[in-house]
Design a protein around this ligand. Sequence first.
Ligand code: BGP
Length: 483
Amino acid sequence: VLAVCQASTVRQQRKFPDDFLFGTATASYQIEGAWNEDGKGENIWDYMTHNNPTVIKDVSNGDIAADSYHNYKRDVEIMRELSLDAYRFSLSWSRILPTGMANEVNPAGIEFYNNYINEMLKYNITPMITLYHWDLPQKLQELGGFANPYISDWYADYARVVFENFGDRVKHFITFNEPREICFQGYGSTTKAPILNSTAVGTYLCAKHLVIAHAKAYYVYDNEFRPTQGGQCGITISVNWFAPYTDSDEDHFATEIKRQSEWGLYAHPIFSSEGGFPKEFSQRIAEKSAQQGYAKSRLPEFTAEEKALVQGSSDFFGVNHYTGYLISATQNKVENPVPSMPDDVDAGTIVPEEWPKSASTWLTLAPNSILNALTDLKERYNNPIFYITENGWSTPPETGLDDDMRGTYYRTALESVLDTLDAGVNLKGYMAWSLIDNFEWMQGYAERFGLYSVDFEDPARTRTPRKSAFIYKHIVSNRFIDH
Ligand code: BGP
């Protein structure tokens, strides 16, 4: 009997592999503060929040945020308290290059990130750098930002400065965080800076220029730095799980269009064996464009040379995953969601009542969504190396430290990660969003994602662990989930 019991306990206690990287993620504008200190240039979030403050729910901004610029040692101490293997953070482009252009490097910006990286390395924490997490230098926005094709050269020059200065110690680089949110929300609507709402044309120009910028930076790394530095360079794309609402052909097709629109537009050119933008969604945009009386599709094409440059330009696929939705071809459709922008997806989303709800309207706990999303990606793109670069749960500020639901979310998500590993997905790490409470973009400080809470009333920005921090630490240090 004892032998049987032991065998079943062993079977239930699935372990995370020893080399699996457990970490947390943050982003420069959301935590650093020091918006104009030590030579940092203005970025599009500084500009938008200062000139258009009411676009942020609580009329706040990231001028000080969690003040990590001055508290970075405490942040590294928190990483140690959590027993993390890795930490994903982003660089502020305009802290390093105040105008965005590489002819003027700000030495204080380089020094700040050197200190930050060295502090992590002192405690054996693997730094993972995101080069761009939404805070474009304002001076580059004034030149058109991602709608200007020259962005890819400006970006590649910036990337060179980053690899040159930090690549001796940093071996994981992520070019962009969430192309879809950059392009669709910043250029095709008003839910992220630079709030351009420039019709679907802006979205797709951004998409094309951004993947080319990614590829150019990748080749800067691959040609000039990898031979001596030996690290990896990839991209992070937001991949939530979309499943058909019913088994009808229409719902299946609508779901496929939704997947291609949400993440295929950026993943397919880089990771697929076909290259270029995904077929069905490209065709859909062409059809819609024709109906609207345009002679050509609003989706720009890649030249053969661009297509070849982009295809295969990534060492890994970073996945930001939070939630899931059911997709219907007929139900819950919002007619004309953004009046100036024709809806190219043309489907409705449904979230079942029984899925637990967070403080964010878009975030629920969808069952098995990590397993479903990653096995889909594995099949489409021939199982590249994956990292989950963000995953997390929001609570209202009143929840304080008793965040039981966040703990439940992490445990459920990590069970799904174990299922994903069992399914043969080449998944190498998991970063929880987020280390600490931070400026949550348009929601300001009205939604909290931190394993540690931050007291934004306190000039010292004191950090305190929530219940979920102990749950996460327990899993990370044991490398299994106990029941
Ligand atoms: C992701 C972003 C993060 C983080 C998170 C939470 O899309 O990469 O920066 O903010 O979402 O979402 P939000 O802040 O929009 O509530």
